[in-house]
Design a protein around this ligand. Structure first.
Ligand SMILES: [Cu+2]
Length: 614
């Protein structure tokens, strides 16, 4: 990570008073110390100018527009934790930012001297009426503390493969904390987010495209196996490739690839892979005939499924496994390769019910009219109703891709229907957007907008509210990827761009992060276990987060699972937890590696520690 410039002199220049919270955060946010001088933080500076320039009436300047609400509290509201059982706190009054006189004079000054808008904060401050002191609360609410921050990783992604295109198309977070990329130049590269030197990029051994029966892993799909290996199926490059009919396993410890024992029944380009239970992976769709196949982990072999009657109009279908082992199709996917590629609407959401180990039935639910091809879907677990929902966001370029919808999958039947589409509060049209589940349970949405400094947003499922987040510096569109890192940050890469950008959510600019001093490396399904933390009394929830493995806005495996938690006053540094079970097969939390995060009452998470759930 680029070390943030942090000097007391810089933050106090101009007599700007720091918010007491900012002072605390500066000392403790190890990764990204807060930069609270807006003149030195371009994104912060831009937000202030936008706020001042968009105002039409004095009221627009006088009051805070929206509030960031975190699932377990609000960073902006001290002493009155926001919680579902505290509805009054959820509806706190909008804070006053400046008095009417100041707001009126500021608007008059802007109209008179800068009718096209202020271009620089210095222009605002040049007028002696307005000093920084007067704006400190406004600056607080527009700071990184509420919007988070993007930084560029110091090393660009090197070109290593045979192909001529730079960047990456796939990303998967391995149990070692390193990210495996399948690159646009058609090889694979490991990246260590904690190493900022050029050695951060490593070449795996036995790269599939160099091996017997090998081929480029580009445009296949992947899923983590219970032992932490990544299974990559199909692919073959920028177009269908008859050779791409194997599975290739990547072992993160040995950093080595190996081919599956047998072949699939056909080559697969743009398929979707999902883990089913402890022993099986379902491979769906792909460009050939799209046969469903099962990968058996113990024997390392593929076999075909029966009952595969669903004909997807788009490749890479978005599929999510429910706790009862039913697989739901979210209507996301790809019509063909290419940013402008054709993508047919699929109005029919279906779910696949297994009726035997290698057969099942597709059942349609009530049709919906919004074309979600090229959108992204995520599975949302909650401890209160609705317990389980699929959220689908954005989609193909048309009038409705500025919306999102939910399907309540707590109880699923042919009569189940999607909620009405709701517009993103920022009005943005998002095709090819990325959605990343954060450890606090919120959904971070970025990319899919073809402009630099494009808006990002955070959805809080608990309060059903959206907040604007820091703008994404680069365009991240077709072939872009976003994944959660153990640090609690989100990395973004891809789309004709060799940079890796790292997003630090607002929770990294809040109170000190809790530390985990002891986390078991192995936990069994349903087991009661103990995590040690000196911050245990301040922990509201502990979650398991399945590491992402995403490409083309398709990753059905994202899950944030909150575990039953008890505090023991006799052992104030202990958190007693119960690992997810859900019976066999383990469809709630498939066997494998998870990141364990402890989240404080104010929404600030620990770093994630890898745990093997077996
Ligand atoms: Cu593609």
């Amino acid at each position: 990570m680029a070390k943030a410039k942090q000097t007391g002199a810089a933050t106090r220049r101009g007599g700007m008073k720091m918010h007491p919270k900012a002072k605390r955060a500066r000392k403790t946010a190890r990764l990204m110390p807060i930069q609270d001088d807006p003149l030195k933080n371009p994104a912060f500076h831009r937000r202030i100018l936008t706020f001042l320039n968009e105002a039409v009436t004095p009221e627009d300047l006088m009051f805070e527009r929206s509030k960031v609400v975190h699932s377990e509290g609000g960073l902006g509201h001290q002493g009155n934790p926001i919680h579902e059982d505290n509805p009054d706190a959820m509806k706190m009054k909008r804070k006053m930012l400046m008095d009417r006189g100041t707001a009126t004079r500021l608007l008059e000054f802007r109209e008179r001297e800068y009718p096209l808008g202020f271009r620089n904060l210095k222009e605002v401050l040049a007028n002696r009426i307005f000093d920084l002191e007067r704006f400190h609360h406004l600056f607080d609410i527009l700071s990184d503390m509420f919007f988070g921050r993007w930084d560029t990783f110091p090393q660009p992604i090197p070109r290593r493969g045979p192909g001529g295109i730079d960047g990456v198309v796939h990303a998967a977070l391995c149990r070692t904390g390193k990210v495996l990329f399948i690159t646009a130049d058609e090889t694979t590269v490991l990246w260590d987010p904690n190493n900022t030197a050029p050695s951060t990029f490593e070449d795996p051994i036995n790269q599939p495209h160099t091996m017997t029966d090998g081929y480029s892993q580009l445009c296949g799909h992947h899923v983590f196996l219970p032992d932490g290996q990544l299974l990559s199926v199909g692919g073959g490059g920028y177009g269908p490739n008859p050779a791409a009919h194997f599975g290739w396993r990547f072992e993160p410890g040995a950093k080595s690839w190996a081919r599956s024992a047998n072949s699939m029944s056909e080559s697969k380009w743009y398929p979707t892979a999902n883990i089913l239970n402890d022993e099986k992976v379902l491979v769906t769709c792909g460009n050939t005939s799209g046969n469903m196949e099962l990968y058996d982990i113990a024997s390392d072999t593929f076999s075909t499924m029966t009952g595969d009657t669903k004909h997807f109009p788009n490749l890479y279908p978005g599929l999510h496994l429910l706790p009862n082992s039913v697989m739901v199709y979210s209507r996301t996917g790809w019509g063909s390769a290419g940013a402008g590629g054709f993508a047919t609407a699929d109005n029919t959401t279906s779910f696949f019910t297994f009726i035997g180990p290698a057969s099942g039935i597709w059942t349609d639910i009530v049709t919906d009219t919004v074309n979600r091809a090229k959108g992204m879907s995520v599975l949302l677990y909650a401890s209160t109703p609705p317990y389980l929902r699929i959220m689908v966001l954005g989609g193909v370029d048309n009038a409705t891709n500025n919306t999102y919808q939910f399907l309540d999958t707590s109880v699923l039947s042919p009569l189940s229907a999607w909620s009405a589409p709701m517009a993103f509060p920022d009005g943005q049209h998002r095709s090819l957007c990325s959605a990343v589940l954060l450890p606090d349970g919120n959904v971070f949405v970025c990319g899919g907008i073809q402009s630099v400094n494009s808006p990002c947003a955070l959805y809080n499922p608990m309060s059903d509210s959206w907040s604007a987040m820091a703008a994404l510096p680069s365009i991240r569109d077709y072939h872009s990827v976003a994944i959660l890192l153990p640090s609690g940050q989100v990395m973004v890469a891809g789309w004709q761009n060799t940079s890796i950008e790292i997003y630090s959510p607002p929770y990294l600019f809040g109170s000190p992060r809790p530390t985990l001093t002891s986390v078991p490396s192995l936990v069994h399904h349903g087991q009661t276990f103990i995590v040690e933390s000196p911050d245990a009394p301040s922990i509201a929830k502990v979650v398991l987060v399945r590491p992402m493995a995403v490409t083309h806005q398709t990753d059905g495996e994202q899950r944030v699972l909150e575990m039953p938690l008890s505090h023991d006053p006799a052992h104030p540094t202990q958190l007693t937890l119960v690992a997810p079970h859900g019976g066999h097969p383990h469809a709630v939390a498939p066997k494998g590696y998870y990141m364990l995060f402890a989240v404080k009452f104010d929404g600030v998470p620990s770093e994630g520690k890898f745990v093997f759930l077996h």
